[in-house]
Design a protein around this ligand. Sequence first.
Ligand code: NDP
Length: 454
Amino acid sequence: MQIINPATEEIISELQVTSKDELRSVLDSLREGQKAWAQKSIEERLECIIRFGEFIQLNVNELAEILTLETGKPLQQSLNEIKGAQNRVEHLRQNAEKWLAPETLVDSGSTHEKIMYEPLGVIANISAWNFPYNVGYNVFLYALVAGNSVLYKPSEFATLTGKQFEKYLWQAGIPENVFQCVVGDGKLGQQILEADLNGYFFTGSHGTGLHIAKTVAHKLVPVQLELGGKDPLYIMDDVPDVKQAAINAAEGAFYNNGQSCCAVERIYVSEKIHDEFVDAFVTEVKSYKIGDPTSLETFVGPLTRKQQLKVLENQVTDALNKGAILLSGGKEIKGKGYYFEPTVITNCKHEMAVMNEESFGPIIGIQKVSSDSEALRLMSDTEYGLTAAVFSSDEQRALGLLNQLNVGTAYWNCCDRVSPNVPWSGRNNSGLGSTLSTQGIRAFVQPKSYHLRP
Ligand code: NDP
């Protein structure tokens, strides 16, 4: 499998794809390794995770360079991601023992009752390329602490990073037969679906997620899906500082080149401040430094996948054909690398693809609204349900609207944010189940209830 640098289109590495026979023997060894791993105390397992976190921090520069090289993520954002994702390690250090401890519910009378949390066994973690540290950590760290072994399939666009995870997990004391990173594209993913595993934990697109859920349904094992979104942001007329609101909104839309599951994907602005907001927004976007992702000054690098250029171009054409106005960008930047100009489109309408289909790139549609109820109607009209944000100086007014939205995460005066303290979950086409928080660790265990008559 060739690994291509999206900034230069050069082949940076060639890896041997995991064969069917190798997959079978990897799974046999993971099954064996899991038994001994589950026998270790939570404390012992946690020690390995903490050591892993330390190795990652010690090698942060090298790891960030690899991430930038294979995904095109600007170097500063690669560093941010690696450092930021460490909060999962710390959160587990503080909470894992408490979360996984047996619970005694009744310890008097004739029958005592308690719950023990047992690992699922060998789980598959099929992952995405856009934030490999965040989305990988959300799954495999929690699964390992809970006593599972993990078959990790990174995206073909983040395989070098996946291999680094494996190297440092092993160095940190996780046995080789407890964590294995396999190499391959969707064909290998398909073979994993056909193999015998005790749970499937997926991060990626709605299409692939749905396919996975259908394919493994007959096994009756846990399936968890962290999928895409079309996340709305509504700028109310009472924001205290329109310019600052525009700067924050632009960052939510363009950070990581818009390739975040919870990126701001469509913006609704009150008509009372619309023009002022749009002016400030466009000024901010035009100030972004575009180019070589290895430069620490770069804010917008190349897209990770070449095929997304066409998707974005089609969204621009569709919007302009339906009456939108292009205020910035709008096309691929010719030359080496998969660059697309940061694109701002106004005068948008709900029927435009840029307002109702996941863009996953540096493009944003802005639509003027005349009331909170109009904003609510438009924000709600989607098959996705990952996040939604409202900027306003009035908490009650913002929450009044957010409370009515069918989303896993609601933001007031912030956006594009994930925290280990609260569950991360999507609704409808944005997914099934939760990672992070107590619920995120419970995803990797099965309760066993005891009725005991001493
Ligand atoms: P994809 O669905 O294309 O791929 C995700 C993973 O599935 C990859 O490892 C991919 O392999 C693998 N895969 C592909 N085909 C199959 C198959 N038939 N069987 C099993 N596995 C398969 O998503 P992307 O990697 O492009 O990720 C982008 C998407 O992920 C966006 O929609 C984004 O919103 C979403 N996402 C959601 C998050 C959340 O927390 N809700 C977080 C991050 C991203 P390969 O890449 O090698 O083909």
